[in-house]
Design a binder for this molecule. Structure first.
Ligand SMILES: [Zn+2]
Ligand SMILES: [Zn+2]
Length: 170
């Protein structure tokens, strides 16, 4: 698959990052006292490879074909355990194609997101130096993190790859 090919091309660094994500996530499951089943290991492997911010449903559908014994509940519970253990983040981004369903992000380093208004694709954007929020909050509100969402059109949508020609039957 092209996803795997491009991950391979991304080189050693990505390979190392991936390996450490898999290890970290499996350790997190251990800390959460979740039994290490083949299903859970498959979920972790599918998830850390996916920088497209999938929903639990998307991971479930992908795995269920290869591993029909994997239930949606197992997928969801495994991802929730990873989040509690700090091995993944959840995002809720209302977009053109979803209603703010939780998306799971294996990248726990500070970063921002760009969302395509047409196809709903979410990609990572390196965050500018973390610092003060744009506006000072001086009413006692404690800022723990700042998240920015860039909205627009992804390259594929901009080039029309996702757009079907208008159907003019006559
Ligand atoms: Zn798009
Ligand atoms: Zn992300």
């Amino acid at each position: 698959m092209s996803t795997h090919a491009s991950i391979e091309k991304a080189g050693e660094k990505a390979g190392e990052r991936r390996a450490s994500r898999v290890t970290g996530a499996l350790e997190a499951l251990g800390r959460a006292s979740l039994r290490m089943t083949p299903q859970r290991i498959a979920i972790v492997r599918a998830f850390v490879d996916d920088d497209g911010h999938p929903t639990a449903q998307q991971i479930f559908e992908r795995l269920h074909r290869a591993m029909p014994t994997t239930s949606f509940a197992t997928v969801y519970n495994t991802l929730a355990a990873l989040e509690r253990a700090g091995s993944c983040r959840t995002l809720r981004i209302a977009g053109a194609t979803d209603d703010g369903t939780a998306r799971f992000d294996p990248n726990v380093a500070p970063h921002d997101h760009a969302v395509c208004d047409r196809c709903g694709a979410v990609r990572d954007v390196p965050a500018p130096a973390q610092g003060e929020p744009a506006a000072p909050l001086d009413d006692g509100f404690e800022v723990r993190s700042v998240e920015r969402v860039y909205r627009g059109l992804c390259e594929r949508c901009r080039k029309g790859a996702h757009r079907r020609p208008p159907s003019r039957a006559r």
